[in-house]
Write a protein of this length. Structure first.
Lengths: 300, 205
């Protein structure tokens, strides 16, 4: 336990230093983009070019080779094993987000796939109706109301927000792969995970490239919208955008005082909405408890 | 107040002329559309050989009539849409349609062994604006939710937005379109869309 903890701290320090370096580099290259969500656009674009080169020269050819060599059942089995390992952390995040039922689902998935699914090779749990969830620490922070901050294109890792870049460190530390004692085994498994994930994307990228007027901004906007949707567990993004646009006049007053508010505008609206819903729920519960009939039923 | 609203909605629903195609439920429209396209993609030899022209032909004859591209383009352009002339609107809609058809047909050529699961529609009768939820399932990967927003028109249900994994494909263009218009005006956006489309066309040949 203790050695695990000290390893965690050491890993954290290393990752943290890298993270701090990356951010200060980006800040040093600070440029004014036209999108308020993306103040470091110039630097971000350069990082994307770098990432695309790394991908084109190394990752993609390897992934294509893997795709050609490994038969489909093998590829599915490999990606299932990694997916199963992640279910534990997904369950913890669901717990942290106050969703015990979803969390139980995730731990159940892990246990079933580990045993009946033979170390996670087969995703038996999905067939039993326990759906795979999509959670990470960045989403948990989002649910807690932490603002996502500016958009950042991280070298190697790709699109993130500032908040999610920090959360990435926690996600990495929480992944059991980080604690495989034999370093070669750890590195091979990390590499295989990366290649397996990249191979899953091979078919999607062409469509993305064709759809985008400007690949960078399409990727950025898709990432930002996707994160918003993920934090809401798939609930939709567009409606809220329209709502925030409609409410813009009242928010401008805020903007004059605090520039940060503008960045977190939709976030704030959402948090407020959640609070209202929560308050309404609490109200209804207390009403039920004291047997007071709900006054709105007659109108309906 | 609520009763008044209900009555208005009911009257509005009555005012819509009953056309046969409009009687089809929207989830049935989506189900028929996806299964028809997949059947063609699965069985057509030319498409399997990667014949882009043939795929676009299929899209143009089978798919396009189910979309309201004017509404889609207007939504993607955002508030600048109102300041565009009718001619600019028509050009924008045409270029946007070409762009979407091309990327959609590319996505179709990647089709392998996915299955599409259309969820039964949960909505009250008489609604004219609905969302049909579907899921693309592929062994070994997480299912991808794809939602279609449909609006009822005289000649049937028309798709006006598509959500992939919770993200509106139309809204996703809004920021980049807005920036292009801010920098180069509406004609600038038409030009850059046109350039992208012709560049892609040249690439294919």
């Amino acid at each position: 336990m203790l050695s695990c903890l000290s390893k965690m701290i050491a890993e954290g320090r290393r990752a943290g230093v890298w993270f701090a370096c990356g951010v200060s580099l980006l800040l040093a290259a600070c440029a004014t983009g036209s999108n308020p969500r993306d103040p470091w656009e110039d630097a971000n674009r350069k990082v994307l070019v770098f990432n695309q080169k790394v991908d084109a020269w190394v990752l993609k050819p390897v992934a294509q080779g893997y795709d050609a060599v490994a038969p489909t059942p093998v590829r599915i089995g490999v990606s299932n094993v990694f997916s199963n390992v992640e279910d534990v952390w997904i369950g913890i995040n669901n717990l942290l987000q106050g969703k015990p039922a979803a969390s139980a689902n995730d731990f159940g998935r892990f246990a079933i796939n580990l045993t009946l699914g033979i170390f996670g090779v087969f995703d038996v749990a999905s067939e039993m109706g326990l759906d795979k969830h999509d959670e990470d620490f960045g989403q948990t922070l989002g649910v807690w109301g932490v603002k996502d901050g500016p958009f950042v294109m991280l070298p190697f890792f790709g699109p993130r927000t500032l908040r999610d870049s920090g959360a990435l460190v926690v996600d990495t530390l929480a992944n059991p792969l980080s604690y495989i004692p034999a370093i070669p085994v750890r590195n091979v498994s990390r590499g295989l995970k990366l290649i397996s994930e990249r191979a899953d994307l091979l078919s999607a990228e062409k469509a993305l490239d064709d759809a985008a007027l400007d690949y960078y901004s399409y990727l950025r906007d898709f990432y930002l919208n996707r994160r918003k949707s993920q934090i809401r567990d798939g609930r939709r993004v567009r409606d809220e955008d329209e709502q925030s646009r409609a409410e813009q006049p009242t928010v401008i007053v805020f903007n004059a005082q605090d520039k940060d508010v503008e960045l977190g505008r939709s976030r704030l609206l959402f948090v407020e909405l959640e609070r209202k819903v929560l308050a309404a729920g609490v109200l209804q519960q207390s009403e039920l408890a004291s047997d007071v009939p709900a006054p709105t039923t007659e109108a309906i | 107040m609520l009763k008044f609203l209900l009555r208005t909605v009911m009257l509005a629903a009555l005012a819509i002329p009953a056309v046969h195609a409009a009687d089809e439920a929207p989830d049935v429209t989506i189900k028929n559309l996806t299964s028809e396209v997949i059947d063609i993609v699965k069985t057509d030899k030319a498409i399997q050989a990667g014949d882009q022209k043939r795929i676009q032909e299929v899209i143009e004859t089978k798919v396009l009539k189910h979309f309201d591209f004017n509404k889609m383009t207007g939504s993607a352009v955002g508030r600048n849409w109102n300041s565009a002339t009718p001619d600019q609107k028509a050009q924008l809609a045409r270029e946007f349609q070409t762009l979407l058809v091309r990327s959609y047909s590319n996505a179709l050529t990647q089709y392998k062994n996915q299955t599409i699961d259309v969820k039964p529609l949960k909505s009250a009768a008489g609604e004219t604006d609905v969302t049909v939820k579907t899921e693309i399932k592929q062994p070994g990967t997480k299912p991808v939710p794809i939602d279609y927003d449909l609006i009822k028109q005289a000649d049937g249900w028309k798709i006006y937005d598509v959500y992939v994994a919770g993200v509106s494909l139309v809204a996703n263009y809004r920021d980049s379109f807005g920036q292009e218009i801010k920098a180069n005006g509406i004609d600038g956006l038409i030009k850059s869309l046109h350039d992208k489309n012709t560049a892609k066309l040249a690439e294919k040949k």
